[in-house]
Design a binder for this molecule. Sequence first.
Ligand code: ATP
Length: 298
Amino acid sequence: MIQVREVTKRYGAKTVVDHLSFTAQPGQVTGFLGPNGAGKSTTMRMIVGLDRPTSGDVLVNGKPYASSKAPLHEIGVLLEAKAVHPGRTAVSHLLAMARTHGIPRSRVDEVLALAGLSEVAHKRVGAFSLGMGQRLGIAAALLGDPAVVMLDEPVNGLDPEGVLWVRTLLSGLAAEGRTVMLSSHLMSEVSLIADHLVIVGRGKLLADTTVADFVTSEGVRVVTAAPDALRTVIAAPGVTVTSTGAEELFVTGTSAREIGLAAATRGIPLFELTPQNASLEEAFMDLTRDAVEYEAAR
Ligand SMILES: Nc1ncnc2c1ncn2[C@@H]1O[C@H](COP(=O)(O)OP(=O)(O)OP(=O)(O)O)[C@@H](O)[C@H]1O
């Protein structure tokens, strides 16, 4: 289990992670999503003790990672842009890691096979494609047979077959009762792989939900002769109305049926009344739009 508790990280005056709390549970794949610069990598670095929170704390399997005696067994990590010496072969890279952690040679062969790298085990890493590099990073993360697996952008650079491979691998690891967490800035990728979604923007938690619940956050598109009158009629706690055109409204928090009935009782003409099922990608973009604009405007 990974527990992030009220974590804030500041670099100088800049708050990169802002009172962030969430839990990645065993037996589940947690997708950690957010636009570029949302603070995902920083959070992951704090989880493994490479960065220290300004306030709040992080627990891995109930304790701070730094106090773990066999860290590779506790948590396996793929962090972005992890440096592997380009002159090394895949097998020599993994063997060096294994030796320093008392892991047997047989496990190196196992993870190479698991990552589909047995054939290229003796090739220099410098000659690897981006996808092969990602596979090697994942193999390294699994070396210690860890209870928690945390991967930063693991499908970055992978072709569709590679994405499918990651999905099968990670759901298998979760089914074994491990805690699996992966980050991405692409909803389309994460929705294929994760059950649980933690979405951040500007370092803040925007949503902690399931993929299924996230898509049901739909709205209703209404085209009417009297948008202002309709707004007044449907106003209620939990109902939000956004003007999307001269005669157009986008309404959330109520149903097309309720809007239609309310309009009929007041004699408000409706030209269109369309429930909209936002795609996952659209819902994600709506949720994180402010965070992205902030990034672009900096
Ligand atoms: N050591 C540092 N000093 C100052 N600012 C930093 C430092 N590390 C990260 N940042 C800033 O923190 C913000 C969040 O970065 P982070 O890499 O955690 O985001 P991210 O969500 O992982 O994004 P990406 O998907 O682009 O990797 C960025 O604006 C980045 O410039």
